[in-house]
Design a protein around this ligand. Structure first.
Ligand code: PMV
Length: 316
């Protein structure tokens, strides 16, 4: 049984979404695929002979059980996106596995179910994910994603009771998810080549924010406001305004302490090459950056200005 799911970029609102602010996410045309075979035990085969960490296998087994699988299996993974590169590889893998296991049990897998099952893998890897990654990987297109239950109200955050990380069961999604209807647009996705876990920036930011909420909360709230401005600009095909949102967001993410020299360097190169706007995407600390482009020709030129990049035509 074969199944696949797209990778993703967060256009705006990463990190802020963990604190109840809205985020915009877009599916990529590049995907993660799984081929499922019968096997005596549970086995996950990652690409290029990569070893499978125990915690990942644990998340995969949870997805299998939740999908109704009672037999062993071999799940072979192929990926068109770098693993651990901030492009949603773990969520895409979770959604692809959910689809493959459900199909193998002879039933369809609705986006809501794929998203819910994929969270089993997300939470072993990310701790307390907002859920934006599996939501976009299961739905495709462009979405506005919000967890109002995580909104900060003067309490250290994420609130333990509101986290998706606790308990053995994944609760029904508390997210508000709306597709964004906008004309297609051009993005450049630039890779730093630095793999990193989402926890490495999310958890330190949680500690910094808990000790200085008055410093961090306005930055997180501004990212939420920019997300809505960026959504409106995309709907109006206003590339210059999308770019301005990206630029301000990157500066805010720097102030939050989640960028790094490699990301700042890539963003600087994209801007110097004429990008209307550029920013890190996802958790930061490595991974990838994105730039908006006016058209395909500009996107291709921007991609040539950095060491490792590809061009995406995003179709909301
Ligand atoms: O795993 P990444 O790089 O796509 O980052 C996820 C986005 C964060 O907002 C940083 C974390 C979350 O759970 O929403």
């Amino acid at each position: 049984m074969n199944a696949a799911a797209p990778g993703k970029v967060i256009l705006l609102g990463e990190h802020a979404v963990v604190y109840g602010q809205p985020a915009l996410a877009a599916a990529l045309t590049r995907s993660v695929g799984v081929s499922l075979e019968e096997g005596p035990a549970a086995r996950l085969v990652l690409p290029d002979g990569m070893p499978t960490p125990e915690e990942i296998l644990d998340g995969v087994v949870r997805i299998a059980r939740a999908a109704g699988r009672r037999r062993g299996f071999v799940a072979r993974v192929r990926s068109e996106i770098p693993l651990g590169g901030g492009l949603g590889s773990s969520a895409a893998l979770g959604v692809a596995l959910a689809r493959a296991f459900c199909l193998d049990e002879g039933r369809a897998c609705a986006p809501e179910e794929a998203e819910r099952l994929a969270l089993h893998l997300e939470r072993v890897l990310h701790g307390a994910p907002s859920g934006v990654d599996p939501a976009i990987c299961a739905r495709g297109g462009v979405i506005l994603f919000e967890r109002p239950d995580l909104l900060t109200q003067g309490v250290p955050h994420p609130r333990p009771t509101a986290s998706l990380a606790e308990g053995s069961d994944i609760p029904a999604s508390r997210a508000r998810i709306a597709p964004v209807r906008a004309p297609p647009f051009w993005l450049v996705v630039a890779l730093t080549g630095l793999a990193r876990g989402t926890r490495t920036t999310v958890l330190p930011l949680r500690d910094r924010r808990a000790s200085e909420p008055r410093l961090y909360d306005p930055l997180l709230q501004r990212l939420g406001a920019l997300t809505l401005l960026c959504r409106d600009a995309l709907v109006q095909a206003d590339v210059a305004s999308v770019g301005a949102c990206f630029d301000e967001a990157h500066a805010l993410l720097q102030q939050l302490g989640v960028s790094c020299a490699e990301l700042d360097d890539v963003v600087g190169k994209l801007k110097a090459a004429g990008a209307p706007g550029a920013k890190l995407t996802g958790a930061g600390g490595g991974g990838a950056a994105i730039a908006i482009a006016r058209d395909e020709a500009q996107a291709l030129a921007l991609a040539r200005s950095v060491p490792d990049a590809f061009v995406e035509r995003v179709v909301p």
